[in-house]
Structure formats: structure tokens, C-alpha cells
Design a protein around this ligand. Structure first.
Ligand code: ASP
Length: 359
């Protein structure tokens, strides 16, 4: 019996399939391996209608759905998703940070992971970013991303923000720059970025010190980097930590009283961030309570509620005499993070002040 006429075609198609497989897997090998760790937030939020941009529910869409919504990701990276938490970021706790930091360190230690993207609510995104900036032990890129509009909104910013973040995390130029934050086509360093607007997509800014790069046309461009030490170059290690020391923030305002401060100290605060008015000035009726708190052992860091500028050591208060620490340019919420980590190493105020000028 003669062979069916279709045999040569079969052979041809089999050869073509093999070729395609080889070409596709070679291409996959050249693409970076990026892990997406999802934690919730508005980027994973859903609203009642396409025009709902406030009053929606954060943290409802799972990581696989977030990835599936952006098929373009597959062209620029080999992405794998992992749901670490599913929360609105106002509910982020120290314990969440420790879990996340350990997971990031474990993944970055793997040779088959080139970079990490963390999807996150925008409310505390800058805090998680700075925490990771101080505890991640790797030069590989870590990029935090969020969205100001829920996934169901007209012009939702999440999908493009996610695509851009994956581009940055897979870009060799992003390595060694510390933890990065990317939204609205811009790249910021974790230490200096802050949320500046309650609702607009251009909310994330690095006032005065400046953003460090842009994403345009599917490429990341870098122009500067923070001069402060970070990630692989810090003295902090969370590997064996399950909790962080209690540090709270007291906010300065006209007519300020000591009720919150006294309550925090009575509750066992190991550190207090005084988010003072102006250059961290101390109200006459609050200063004695801060001195008393220091005498009880709490570390007092003077920060400012102003949002920009250096908190001058020995400026509005004599920090040498009071044995207080100056927050330098850190916002009160970021000063809290550095003080918690500092307290895992020492209670010496000179050492803690050194850390505030180092990180
Ligand atoms: N409340 C939300 C969150 O931080 C806001 C957002 O993600 O934009 O989770």
C-alpha cells in the first residue's frame, strides 16, 4: 500500500511546530522573569459602575485576573503572580511588612527571579516601599505599583501602571537603585516619594528632590538615583523578626495637648515621632511631656508635618541637651519606619541619629 499523500505535509507541519517551539522558548528565555506579588488596594478594586471612582471596594480582584487583564505583559516578561494579601492598604500592619519583606528576600535569592512587582493600595504604598528599601537584601529591582482608579473605572490607570511596573522590574538599569515606586508613567525612589492628592492619577510625587525616571514608549529611562543607602547596603535584617518595636506618631497643631502622647507612652511605645509644626517646633505645654517620655526610655524623633525640607538638628529644640533625634528630610510616617528598624539594633540616640543621616 502506498503512503498517504498527507505524510509530507505532516512532516512539514511537525518540523514547523518544532521550529516555532524552539523560537518561542528562546524568546521566553531572553525575557526577564518577573514575579507579581499582589497585596490588594484600588488597583484590585471594583466599583458599582464605570463612573464610580470613589466609594468603590478595594482589594477584590485576584492577582491572576490582574495579570489576565494585561495580555501585553507576556510580550515583555515571563510573569508569575502570587497573592500575598488581599487588603486595602490603610489596614497594612508591621506584621504584613515582615511577611512581605521575607517573601521578597526569599524570591530574590532565587536565580530564576529577575525582579519583583508589588501591587499595593496607594494610601500606605510609600511606607511599604520605604520599609522594603531598608530590609530587602538584593540589587534586583523591586517596584511597587498601585492605581488611583478602581479596575472597573473608565480610564482605569491600573493596567498601564502594572505594565510599566513590569517593564521597570525587568530592566537591568533599575538594579541597585533601591526599591522603586512607579505610577502615572513616572519612577520614584521609595525614600522620597509621597502621595500628594486624595484622588487624581498624578498623585505620587517626589517634591523638590525629584522623580528618578520615566516610562515612555515601552521603555524605562533613568535620570538620577537617591544618594542614601538602601537594600543590599543597610544594616537591618528581618530574617528572625516576628514583630517590630512599637513606635507611634503624635501630630502637631495649634492648641496641641499631651493626651495622645501620654497614652502612647502608657501603652508602651518604645519610640515617638513628633510630627511638629514648622521645623519640628515643640509647643510649650508638650515639651515637658516629651522630656518625661524620653526619661522613661522612649526615643523621641523630631519630624515635621510640613512635608519638605531638612529638620534641623538643634534648631527649634536643643536635641543634644534633650537627647532627641532629628528626622532629617523623612516624613513622620517614614521616620516611624526607620526608628522601628533602628530600635531592633540599638537604643543609643547618637547611633540612631547616624542612621537618620544614612538612610
Ligand atoms: N484605600 C485604598 C488603599 O490604599 C486606596 C488606593 O489603593 O488607592 O488600599
Amino acid at each position: 500500500m502506498s503512503r498517504p499523500k498527507t505524510a509530507p505535509y505532516r512532516q512539514f507541519f511537525a518540523a514547523l511546530a518544532t521550529l516555532l517551539f524552539v523560537v518561542t522558548s528562546a524568546h521566553a528565555q531572553t525575557r526577564p522573569n518577573v514575579r507579581i506579588l499582589a497585596t490588594g488596594g484600588t488597583i484590585a478594586g471594583t466599583g458599582a459602575s464605570s463612573t464610580t471612582t470613589v466609594g468603590y471596594t478595594a482589594a477584590t480582584v485576584g492577582v491572576q485576573q490582574l495579570i489576565a487583564a494585561v495580555p501585553e505583559l507576556a510580550k515583555v516578561a515571563n510573569v508569575k503572580g502570587e497573592q500575598v494579601f488581599q487588603i486595602a492598604s490603610e489596614s497594612m500592619t508591621n506584621e504584613h511588612w515582615l511577611t512581605l519583606g521575607k517573601r521578597v528576600n526569599a524570591l530574590l535569592a532565587q536565580p530564576d527571579v529577575d525582579g519583583i512587582v508589588i501591587t499595593h493600595g496607594t494610601d500606605t504604598l510609600e511606607e511599604t516601599a520605604y520599609f522594603l528599601d531598608l530590609v530587602v537584601k538584593s540589587r534586583k529591582p523591586v517596584v511597587l505599583v498601585g492605581a488611583m482608579r478602581p479596575s472597573t473605572a473608565l480610564s482605569a490607570d491600573g493596567p498601564l501602571n502594572l505594565y510599566n511596573a513590569v517593564l521597570v522590574a525587568g530592566n537591568a538599569d533599575a538594579a541597585g537603585k533601591g526599591v522603586l515606586v512607579s505610577l502615572n508613567d513616572q519612577i520614584h525612589s521609595a525614600r522620597d516619594v509621597t502621595k500628594t492628592n486624595t484622588s487624581t492619577p498624578d498623585s505620587f510625587k517626589t517634591p523638590e528632590l525629584g522623580l528618578i525616571g520615566y516610562i515612555q514608549g515601552g521603555k524605562a529611562f533613568f535620570y538620577r538615583a537617591s544618594t542614601r543607602k538602601h537594600t543590599f547596603d543597610t544594616e537591618f535584617d528581618i530574617a528572625n523578626l516576628n514583630t517590630l518595636p512599637q513606635v507611634d506618631i503624635v501630630y502637631g497643631y495649634a492648641n496641641m495637648n499631651t493626651v495622645a502622647l501620654d497614652a502612647f507612652v502608657a501603652a508602651g511605645a518604645k519610640g515617638i515621632i513628633h510630627a511638629g509644626v514648622g521645623d519640628g517646633s515643640l509647643a510649650a505645654r508638650v515639651k515637658p511631656a516629651l522630656i518625661a517620655a524620653r526619661k522613661k526610655g522612649a526615643i523621641i524623633v523630631r519630624a515635621s508635618r510640613v512635608g519638605q525640607g531638612i529638620l534641623a538638628r538643634n534648631g527649634e529644640a536643643n536635641d543634644d541637651e534633650l537627647d532627641f533625634v532629628a528626622a532629617d528630610t523623612l516624613s513622620p510616617q517614614k521616620a516611624r519606619i526607620l526608628l522601628m528598624l533602628a530600635l531592633t539594633k540599638t537604643t543609643n540616640t547618637a547611633e540612631i541619629q547616624r542612621m537618620f543621616y544614612t538612610y
